[in-house]
Design a protein around this ligand. Structure first.
Ligand code: ZN
Length: 314
């Protein structure tokens, strides 16, 4: 696989990216023009000229690859590796495989995660579908400041400062998971009503925050985990728990330490792979192509600033 031309030569990589991003011909990122674009001969590789707004552009302008010094074939390889490994790939692995510095690998992985964030998604469970919602807690409270303070005061860790992740999964469909600062009735309500159709059937465990929110949907069934009940006919949360186990295996096995402020990006990465999983008919190449389609129109929050570099982990 690594021997394919687009992973070996910058020129082949650019051709591949142009084909994926512009299946119907080049599109000017400045004015959206498609009619009067011409390739500039003899200049910098990949340069186009737009006759409508009279500016130059390349296929990476306005994407998460813009202004990167990393050759495009390495970007494509990084993207392929991240898209095809089930549990994700650490910046350390990428650094060794790509022959770029660890910091560069870390920035590349975060930009690729950005590309994996879906554009517009409609409501889940529209027309009577089943959507499971659940929350999980992740992280090591004995490493955090708050955790240490609790231990000092009470003699033990209580886990309250763990990171909170909420996931919504449509049965036989897609997942959306989020890192949340706090999990309360109010914060869950905004996530659930913002993502799930009122015509959906909601399945949760018996956590108290879901009781009132459940009334917003066509139906709500809760399995009574606290009394040892895990399913009752159709009512269960096994699908969302299955997603959490993939996420956690990835976080523990691949990334070792994820700073809380970046956790949501890892959730996005796992959402993307789950939503394009092999069982739904996607191949590794399909997944890589979809991620490449998502490189434009994203906020470039990972500029190479000193402060941001100092903060890099995972
Ligand atoms: Zn233009």
């Amino acid at each position: 696989m690594f021997t394919e031309a687009r992973f070996q030569s910058e020129e082949a990589a650019r051709e591949h990216l142009e084909m994926v991003r512009w299946p119907n011909g080049a599109e000017c990122p400045h004015c959206g023009g498609t009619e009067r674009n011409v390739r500039i001969q003899g200049g910098r590789a990949g340069l186009w000229f737009c006759g409508d707004c009279r500016t130059q552009f390349t296929v990476t302008v306005g994407t998460v690859f813009e202004r990167s010094k990393v050759p495009l074939n390495k970007w494509l390889l990084a993207n392929h590796l991240i898209c095809s490994s089930k549990k994700g790939m650490s910046a350390h692995q990428l650094h060794r495989l790509l022959g770029v510095t660890y910091k560069t690998a870390w920035f590349m992985a975060h930009r690729i995660r950005e590309a994996m964030v879906p554009a517009n998604q409609g409501p889940m469970g529209e027309g009577g579908g089943i959507v499971e919602a659940d929350e999980t807690y992740w992280g090591n409270s004995n490493r955090s400041k708050a955790g240490k303070a609790t231990k000092k005061a009470t003699g033990r860790f209580n886990g309250q400062d763990k990171q909170k992740i909420v996931a919504l999964v449509e049965r036989n469909g897609s997942v959306r998971s989020f890192h949340m600062a706090t999990v309360t009735g109010r914060s869950l309500k905004s996530v659930l009503t913002g993502n799930i159709s009122p015509t959906a059937n909601l399945m949760t465990d018996d956590a108290h925050f879901y009781r009132r929110i459940g009334k917003t949907f066509a139906s709500h069934q809760a399995v009574n985990h606290s009394s040892g009940e895990y399913s009752r006919g159709d009512a269960h949360t096994n699908t969302v728990e299955g997603f959490f186990s993939i996420l956690k295996r990835g976080l523990v096995g691949t990334f070792h330490h994820v700073a809380p402020k970046h956790l949501d990006r890892y959730c996005q990465e796992f959402n993307f792979r789950y939503n394009t999983r092999t069982a739904l008919g996607f191949t590794d190449a399909d997944r890589a192509r979809l991620a490449l389609k998502g490189i434009s129109g994203k906020r470039l929050t990972y500029r190479r600033t000193k402060g941001a570099q100092a903060a890099c982990t995972a």
